[in-house]
Design a protein around this ligand. Structure first.
Ligand SMILES: [Zn+2]
Length: 239
């Protein structure tokens, strides 16, 4: 009986790790996979903006000639400042993608509400970019209905497989140090076979200020940055 309990416990722990990493192990064509990315390639993604810290991220990316995907929240993009930042993102050659109109658990919405949220956000983005290719569900909460809604608007879902937990504060209320974020990303990529989609949040100034150190470490460890427009190329190869 003891071994049985151990086995169940081990199973629960494994499942917890699986969820915690937001790991992308999926053969669903509606979901983006990084499985066929070239070795030592990393796609940088920034969620929850636009915010005043986004500009810091853009400067850091420019210095290293790296590009990224920004999963934006529609209602923030609809504000005057938000629009300016979206324009900056697009003018800097990055990709803007959909993170819902409000930052809510999309699976709790009806299909009609989901489509409205996705569509309104796409309208904000399309002022600065021709098409919207990707949606990322807030909190990673997804099901078949949401996949269908996303798909019906011509988008694919993009999760992540490396999460340095830049949003999480410690017991003293401090966010992770820049070097902790860097180390978590390097370790996460190593665990994922040296390729991946990294989740960061450009609403936190701490994260934005860590980006130069992160980019430098990635380069020094032989990683190159996946261009957002090339992601689809590596989906077709997977079939
Ligand atoms: Zn989010």
């Amino acid at each position: 009986m003891v071994w049985k309990r151990c086995f169940i416990f081990f199973g629960i722990v494994c499942f917890g790790i699986f969820l915690g990493n937001g790991k992308v192990e999926c053969s669903d064509s509606r979901v983006v996979s990084c499985k066929n990315f070239p070795d030592r390639t990393v796609l940088l993604t920034f969620d929850d903006g636009p915010s005043s810290a986004t500009k810091e991220v853009l400067d850091a990316l420019k210095n290293e000639n790296a590009s990224a995907i920004f999963f934006i929240v529609g209602e923030k993009a609809n504000e005057r400042e938000g629009k300016k930042i979206l324009k900056l993102i697009a003018d800097s050659g990055h990709m803007i993608a959909n993170h819902g109109y409000k930052h809510v658990t999309m699976t709790k919405l009806t299909e009609k509400e989901q489509i409205s949220s996705l569509d309104k956000t796409n309208s904000c983005i399309k002022e600065f970019q021709k098409t919207v290719l990707y949606f990322r569900p807030p909190g990673g909460a997804c099901n078949n209905i949401l996949k269908r809604s996303v798909n019906s608007l011509g988008m694919k879902i993009m999760f992540w497989n490396v999460d340095p937990r830049d949003w999480k504060k410690n017991d003293c209320g401090a966010r992770p140090s820049h070097s902790a974020l860097k180390e978590r990303i390097l370790k996460g990529l190593e665990d994922q076979g040296h390729k991946g989609i990294v989740l960061l949040h450009d609403i936190h100034l701490n994260t934005a200020l860590a980006v130069p150190m992160i980019l430098d470490a990635l380069k020094k460890n032989g990683y190159s940055f996946m261009k957002p427009e090339d992601v689809l190329k590596y989906q077709k190869a997977s079939k």
